[in-house]
Design a protein around this ligand. Structure first.
Ligand code: NAP
Ligand code: ZN
Ligand code: ZN
Length: 359
């Protein structure tokens, strides 16, 4: 059952969605057209869609000009309702997730290596929304009742995970899992997660499950109890200057999820020799870093973006094995604008998820 109706004359389908018509406009109910089901396409009956801070950045054009109307949403969990004639991986009823991209060139070195998120092909990565599909039409995201995508770009959600709390794994989850896995978070490693929001709380859960000693670096101690329950061993306030003197030189890995303009030089000083600070929060403007703390201790500053298809599946399977999901607040679609305001005010523990049946 969906809110969409199938347009039998063209075989495209008109589906219910929530969209911003202009930058910064409130999101409102509308309809969008999904492409006809191709040979290798599947139709997903969207059940839940997470609200990522990146949705707010893109609706507000923080990162550049957006494509409007914009239907955000790249933390999608649903059930396959229809498959194209050439589909081999899925059947109706399968539980699937879709993250930040719905296609890529499939031929560049990165695509061949399963690092689709770093696709260097001419047309590059096709983002789930605010992008342009191979058909030249704008892509529309998960704040919607149905999605039509190529079967290769859907992921399997383990049966043990509830779909609502699994939805945020498709962006927040993989964005933290990937750098933690890449830089070897595990037993004997000290890891700090900066910012306990949608991304940060997943980082705490993953780093803890991987066996690392985890410290949350948050603006205040307001969410300390939650942080410790999520698996943090230590919780320190970055507003307290003693945090930076007492923890100097102590971490192997720091993952910064904050999009505000932090003093990254100060955070680099918290790393051990050869430690790495990984930036996943995406500020609007370039940040300034002093080279001294990098030179004094051969420390690195790096970045990381979501994850490729194989690693996203690996992350979902890891979540299935370890019983990991996101901490969510389920909302109706008519509460999206209020949820945006609350994310901006830091008033969310820890991810809003839209019940797509209310779209
Ligand atoms: P979020 O839920 O709003 O969490 C961000 C956290 O940053 C807040 O909970 C807060 O944690 C901290 N924070 C906020 N304002 C701050 C300030 N002025 N100074 C210091 N800390 C502040 O956002 P999110 O969904 O986790 O996304 C975080 C960032 O990652 C966004 O920029 C988003 O676009 C980006 N992102 C990147 C990728 C990627 O692939 N690289 C993927 C998804 C999202 P405390 O209260 O604990 O300090
Ligand atoms: Zn996201
Ligand atoms: Zn590619």
């Amino acid at each position: 059952m969906t809110n969409g109706t199938t347009d039998t004359t063209s075989t495209t389908r008109t589906v219910a969605a929530y969209a911003a018509q202009h930058p910064d406009a409130p999101l409102a109910k509308t309809t969008v057209t999904r492409r006809a089901v191709g040979e290798h396409d599947i139709v997903i009956d969207i059940k839940f869609s997470g609200i990522c801070h990146s949705d707010i950045h893109q609706v507000g054009e923080d990162w550049g000009t957006g494509i409007f109307p914009m239907v955000p949403g790249h933390e999608i969990a649903g059930v396959v309702s229809e498959v194209g004639p050439g589909v081999t991986r899925w059947k109706a009823g399968d539980r699937v997730g879709v993250g930040c991209f719905v296609d890529s060139c499939r031929e560049c070195d990165n695509c061949r290596a399963g690092l689709q998120q770093y696709c260097t092909g001419e047309d590059g990565l096709v983002f789930t929304y605010n992008g342009t599909g191979r058909d030249g039409l704008p892509t529309y995201g998960g704040y919607s009742s149905e999605l039509v995508i190529d079967e290769a770009y859907a992921l399997s959600i383990p049966d043990s995970l509830p779909l609502d709390a699994a939805a945020p794994l498709l962006c927040a989850g993989i964005t933290l899992y990937s750098p933690l896995a890449h830089w070897g978070a595990g037993p004997g490693k000290k890891v700090a997660i900066v910012g306990l929001g949608g991304l940060g709380h997943m980082g705490v859960k993953f780093a803890h499950a991987m066996g690392a000693e985890v410290t949350v670096l948050s603006q205040s101690l307001r969410k300390r109890e939650d942080g410790l329950k999520l698996g943090a061993d230590h919780y320190r306030a970055t507003s307290d200057p003693a945090t930076f003197s007492e923890l100097a030189g102590s971490f192997d890995l720091i993952v910064n999820t904050v999009s505000a303009d932090l003093d990254l030089s100060a955070y680099l000083g918290l790393l051990r020799t050869d430690g790495t600070l990984v930036q996943v929060g995406m500020p609007e403007k370039p940040v300034t870093v002093h080279p001294y703390p990098m030179a004094l201790g051969r420390r690195s500053l790096s970045g990381s973006m979501i994850g490729g298809l194989p690693e996203t599946q690996e992350m979902l399977d890891f979540c299935g094995e370890h019983g990991i999901t996101s901490e969510i607040e389920l909302i109706r679609a008519d509460e999206i604008n209020e949820a945006y305001r609350r994310v901006l005010a830091g008033d969310v523990r820890f991810r809003f998820v839209i019940d797509a049946s209310t779209i």
